[in-house]
Design a protein around this ligand. Structure first.
Ligand code: FES
Length: 178
């Protein structure tokens, strides 16, 4: 039984690594860029109706823009890294939901509420009280350099995705609860 379960997990990982996105309905379709990041995060992904991110193809490396996905009430952020690659996440901080922003100087996604910071290329926590990565938005690059959002992570619970809590972060969390 345990063998069958670990085999299933391995197959799922291989599917992601082959650039396929498993949707909630069991459909598979080709996806591009951050699937490898999703695989690294071992995060379940849900497909949503594709949405073209207006203006993304004109975004300068080292900058960002805001959009909404998958619903009009779901704020999201798209970052174009210095190497031209695109990364997108829910704009809601995984700690308490404040709006994160891209800090160009540090090249990190930062949260103003409790100094949370996330890696732009993975969404992993770099600093502060958040315990899990940002929710990933899956992108597709289409003809003409158009950037489309096509799915979204549903939040990772994989402890390997989290940095070990520093004594400072733990005491900050305790102080916040008081
Ligand atoms: S809400 Fe972002 S660090 Fe607390």
């Amino acid at each position: 039984m345990a063998d069958a379960q670990s085999q299933d997990r391995e197959i799922t990982r291989r599917r992601f690594c082959n650039g396929l996105l498993l949707t909630s309905t069991g459909l598979l379709f080709a996806a591009t860029t951050p699937v490898s990041e999703a695989a690294a995060r071992q995060e379940p992904l849900l497909a949503y109706p594709p949405l073209r991110i207006e203006g993304a193809e004109r975004l300068m490396p080292g900058s960002s823009l805001y959009f909404v996905y998958p619903r009009a009430t779901d704020p999201a952020i798209l970052v174009r890294a210095e190497d031209g690659q695109y990364y997108a996440y829910s704009q809601r901080c995984s700690h308490m939901g404040c709006s994160i922003y891209f800090e160009r100087a540090s090249r990190r996604l930062e949260c103003p509420c409790h100094k949370g910071a996330f890696n732009t290329q993975t969404g992993f926590v770099l600093n502060g009280p958040p315990l899990r990565p940002l929710d990933l938005i899956v992108l597709q690059i289409r003809a003409g350099g158009e950037v489309w959002a096509v799915g979204r992570g549903v939040g990772s619970t994989d402890r390997k995705c989290q940095r070990p809590a520093s004594a400072e972060a733990v005491s900050e969390r305790v102080a916040m609860r008081q």
